[in-house]
Design a protein around this ligand. Structure first.
Ligand code: BGC
Length: 327
């Protein structure tokens, strides 16, 4: 090999060596480099679940808001889950799923039937405190947070007694017949009017906790019983639907309308004089109190485990001063 060829061969070998070194470093880096990922594991003290009646219902969204706020303040992860449309079977499945997920506590709307009672038992057996919200059910639940529904029904009765004279034919709209809180409100209402035979229930229909359902039920009821001169709605969207239904069939008829809850649209109708009064519940407060109660239950059982949130009648006259948003 002459001098020239040698230089050539050595340079080529050197070049080859260098390029393979670079390639090795580059691909080795690509293969073995593990990106440093910030730990996405949040430092939550507890994981609670709130199982509601219906996902997009404005009333339940307020319960969720209160619960999430309280949870955020206390470093708790709160999961909100519910059937898309009110459905007891679905709710029970979600409740069961949360037990299986071994959350640290469950807030759930109480529903009728043995399956619910059994699931509460299952949760408690696995050391998961369960509390009912909005609707209570006799069970091993550790506490109830929400309205005294019987009393709320009595309030509605009292309002109608005090604001009418002579014979009254009442058309009642309930959210769902199978909902215990609706049954209790109705029982409270009947109890209040029982000493006043001039006030009689003419018909009771279901809205399926939707505004359109309440509109249709009102329309049908008024058509069949045009003598109805009092309408009472026992769940949050019934007031809106009753006003609409009445408007469609008897736009000028003077009917005393009593609704439930203080959703903004309902308050607007009270301001406009379309709804006479509403029975206020405080869902945000229920949500936040329920979280506080679940925290307490992590360490001890409660002696006083029926925690009633505020319930009151609100009429137009009360709206000069905004209703107290109970916290
Ligand atoms: C009741 C809830 C119900 C909601 C429906 C409220 O008055 O307390 O149980 O889900 O109305 O809109």
């Amino acid at each position: 090999m002459n001098q020239h060829t040698k230089i050539y061969v050595y340079s080529l070998a050197g070049l080859l060596f260098l390029s393979s070194l670079i390639a090795m470093l580059y691909f080795g880096y690509k293969t073995f480099y593990i990106e440093k990922v910030e730990s996405s594991q949040p430092a939550y003290s507890y994981h609670f679940a709130l199982v509601a009646e219906e996902t997009e219902n404005n009333y339940w969204r307020l319960v969720e808001k209160g619960a999430k706020q309280a949870a955020a303040e206390k470093g708790i992860y709160l999961e909100y889950i519910a059937p898309n449309k009110a459905d007891n079977d679905q709710l029970l499945k979600l409740f069961d799923r949360m037990i299986a997920a071994k959350v640290d506590g469950i807030i759930v709307q109480g529903i009728e039937g043995e399956r619910f009672v059994d699931l509460v038992h299952k949760g408690v057996e696995r050391n998961i405190p369960v509390i009912t919200i909005d609707t209570d059910v006799p069970s091993e639940r550790k506490a109830y947070v929400g309205t005294n529904n019987f009393y709320a029904g009595q309030l509605a009765g009292r309002h109608i007694i005090e604001n009418t004279d002579g014979e009254q034919h009442v058309g009642v709209i309930v959210g769902r017949f199978e909902a215990i809180n609706q049954q209790e409100r109705l029982a409270g209402f009947k109890d209040a009017i029982k000493a006043h035979p001039r006030i009689q229930i003419t018909e009771i229909k279901e809205s399926n906790i939707t505004e359109i359902g309440a509109t249709q039920a009102t329309y049908a009821m008024m058509k069949q019983h045009p003598e109805i001169n009092v309408l009472l709605g026992l769940s949050a969207l019934d007031g809106l639907g009753m006003v609409e239904g009445l408007q469609q069939i008897f736009p000028t008829k003077d009917v005393l309308i009593t609704s439930f809850d203080i959703l903004p649209e309902t308050m607007e109708l009270i301001r406009e004089g379309e709804i006479d009064a509403t029975i206020a519940q405080y869902p945000e407060q229920m949500g936040s109190m329920a979280v506080d109660v679940l925290i307490d239950l992590q360490n001890r059982d409660l002696v006083d485990n029926k925690i009633y949130t505020k319930t009151e009648i609100i009429e137009k006259a009360d709206l000069q001063v905004e209703p107290e948003v109970a916290r």
